[in-house]
Ligand binder design. Structure first.
Ligand code: ARG
Length: 458
C-alpha cells in the first residue's frame, strides 16, 4: 500500500514499482526512522495535534517497532515503498488509525533528510575509530622500527636515507587530516531538516529548535527549500571516504612494491597474503592490491553522486533517493578495508638488511654539497661540485665513497680526509634534526605528538 494513492485510479506498473522502491537500500537506517518519528510525535503533542492518549499509543507502537527491528523480527513487505512507508504501515497494524496522525505536518522529504543525517551522525564515530586503529598500528610500527634505516625516494628514484619509523609516520598524518575533515563535516551534518515539510515549512507550529535538541542536532536548517534538498554533506562524506581510500592506496602501493623480490624490504604474513593456483612459489600481496584498487570505487561513488546532484532543480527531486547507496557502500568498503590493512601492516616483517643494502653512497650527494657549505663555499657552487663528484664516480664505476681524497681534492681543494664520514647514511639521517625531519630525535618528537592526538581522542 503506498502513502499517496488517493488521486490515482490505477496501480503503478510492477517494474516501475521496483525502480521506485528504495527499501532494499534505506532499511539500513530503520532505527533512525523510528527515532525521528518518536521526536516528531513529541512535537505533535506539544503542538496539540495529538492528544496525550494518542501520543502514548504512537510512542508505544514505535517502541514495539524498534524492538522488532533490533531483534530482526520486523517483517518488511515488497509492498513497502521505502523505510518510512514500512514503519508507518507497521504502526498502523499495531495501533490502528491513530498511526495515520503521525505524518501530520511532515513530508518524507524532510523525514528522509533527517533520518539520513541521523544515520551519518550515528555511524561516523565507528568509521573514525577504524581510522584511529590504523593510525595506532602505524605508530606502533614506527616505535618498533627503532633506528632501522631505509632509502627514501622521490620520483621513485633513490633520494636520501630516512628512518623506517619516519616512513611509517608519513602515513599517519594523512589519516589525521582525514579525521579532521570528518570532524569538521559533522557540524554540517548536524543541521536539522525536520519540520520543513515537503518544501515550504510546517503549518502546525512545531518548535524546531527543541526538536533539534531532542534529536541531538547542533542546529536547525534555516531555509525549508534548501533543507529538503541539501545533500552537500553526502558529497563531502564521499570525498572524505575517497581521500581515506586514496591514502590507503598510497600506502598499499608502496607495500606492494616493497614486498616484491626486487625490493624485499618487507615480508608478508601468511594470514594476509594469498597464493597462486598455478605458480606454487607465489605469495601475493592481495590485501594491499585491494587497498590500492578500492580507492577507484570510492572515487567513483563520489563522482557519480556529484553528477546526480549537478543541475537538479530545487527542492526535493527523486534523483536524491540515489544518495544513500554510495554512502552505505563507501562506509562498508572502508569498515572492511581499514582493519584488514591495519592488521596486514602490523604482521609484516621488516628486512632491515635489505633496506640498508638499497642505500648507496650517491644518496649522500646532498650531504657532500652540505659538507662544502660548512667549509664556507656557497650552496649553488657546492651543488655543482658534488655533481662533478657524482659524474666522476659514475665514469670510474665507483660509488661516491670510492673516489680517493686526491680525486676529491682535484674537484676542490677544500675537500679533506673527513669527507668520507659524509657517506655514513645514519650520520646523514641524524643531521636532519629540525622539527619534522628524519633524525631519531625529531621522529621521537613526532611520535609523541601523534600519541597525544590518539590518546586525546579516547
Ligand atoms: N525514498 C525517498 C528517498 O529516499 C523518500 C522521500 C520520498 N519523497 C517523495 N516525495 N517521493 O528519497
Amino acid at each position: 500500500m503506498s502513502l499517496w494513492g488517493g488521486r490515482f485510479d490505477g496501480a503503478l506498473n510492477e517494474k516501475a514499482w521496483e525502480l521506485n522502491s528504495s527499501l532494499p537500500v534505506d532499511q539500513t537506517m530503520s532505527i533512525e526512522d523510528v527515532d525521528g518519528s518518536m521526536a516528531w510525535a513529541n512535537s505533535l503533542l506539544e503542538a496539540k495535534v495529538v492528544t496525550t492518549d494518542e501520543h502514548q499509543q504512537i510512542s508505544l507502537g514505535l517502541e514495539q517497532i524498534r524492538a522488532e527491528l533490533i531483534e530482526s523480527s520486523f517483517r518488511f513487505l515488497t509492498s513497502d515503498e521505502d523505510i518510512h512507508s514500512a514503519v508507518e504501515r507497521r504502526l498502523t497494524e499495531i495501533i490502528g488509525v491513530t498511526a495515520k496522525k503521525l505524518h501530520t505536518g511532515r513530508s518524507r522529504n524532510d523525514q528522509v533528510a533527517t533520518d539520513f543525517r541521523l544515520w551519518m551522525l550515528n555511524n561516523l564515530p565507528a568509521l573514525v575509530r577504524e581510522i584511529t586503529s590504523l593510525q595506532s598500528a602505524l605508530v606502533l610500527l614506527a616505535e618498533d622500527s627503532g633506528e632501522t634505516i631505509m632509502p627514501g625516494y622521490t620520483h621513485l628514484q633513490r633520494a636520501q636515507p630516512v628512518l623506517l619509523s619516519h616512513w611509517w609516520m608519513s602515513h599517519f598524518w594523512p589519516l589525521e587530516r582525514d579525521k579532521n575533515r570528518l570532524a569538521d563535516l559533522t557540524h554540517r551534518v548536524s543541521s536539522l531538516p525536520l519540520g520543513c515539510g515537503a518544501l515550504a515549512g510546517n503549518p502546525i507550529g512545531v518548535e524546531r529548535e527543541s526538536l533539534a535538541k531532542a534529536l541531538g542536532f547542533e542546529n536547525v536548517a534555516q531555509n525549508s527549500m534548501d533543507a529538503v534538498s541539501d545533500r552537500d554533506f553526502v558529497a563531502e562524506y564521499l570525498f572524505c571516504c575517497s581521500m581515506v581510500g586514496t591514502h590507503i592506496s598510497k600506502l598499499s602501493e608502496q607495500v606492494v612494491l616493497f614486498t616484491s623480490s626486487e625490493f624485499g624490504f618487507f615480508e608478508l604474513s601468511d594470514a594476509y597474503s594469498t597464493g597462486s593456483s598455478l605458480m606454487p612459489q607465489k605469495k601475493n600481496p592481495d590485501m594491499f592490491e585491494l587497498g590500492r584498487g578500492k580507492a577507484g570505487g570510492l572515487v567513483g561513488l563520489l563522482t557519480g553522486f556529484l553528477t546526480t546532484l549537478k543541475g537538479l532543480p530545487s527542492t526535493y527531486d527523486k534523483d536524491l533517493q540515489e544518495d544513500k547507496y554510495p554512502v552505505f557502500r563507501a562506509t562498508e568498503t572502508l569498515m572492511l578495508l581499514l582493519p584488514v590493512i591495519a592488521a596486514a601492516v602490523s604482521t609484516m616483517k621488516a628486512r632491515p638488511d635489505r633496506m640498508r643494502n638499497a642505500i648507496d653512497s650517491f644518496m649522500m650527494a646532498t650531504d657532500l654539497a652540505d659538507y662544502l657549505v660548512e667549509k664556507g663555499i656557497p650552496f649553488r657552487e657546492t651543488h655543482s661540485l658534488a655533481g662533478i663528484a657524482v659524474k666522476t664516480a659514475i665514469e670510474n664505476h665507483l660509488g661516491l665513497d670510492g673516489l680517493s681524497l686526491a680525486q676529491y681534492q682535484a674537484i676542490h681543494p677544500a675537500f679533506d680526509q673527513d669527507v668520507f664520514a659524509v657517506f655514513d647514511p645514519f650520520a646523514s639521517i641524524k643531521r636532519r634534526n629540525s622539527l619534522g625531519g628524519t633524525a631519531p630525535e625529531a621522529v621521537h618528537k613526532q611520535i609523541q605528538q601523534a600519541k597525544k592526538l590518539i590518546i586525546g581522542e579516547k
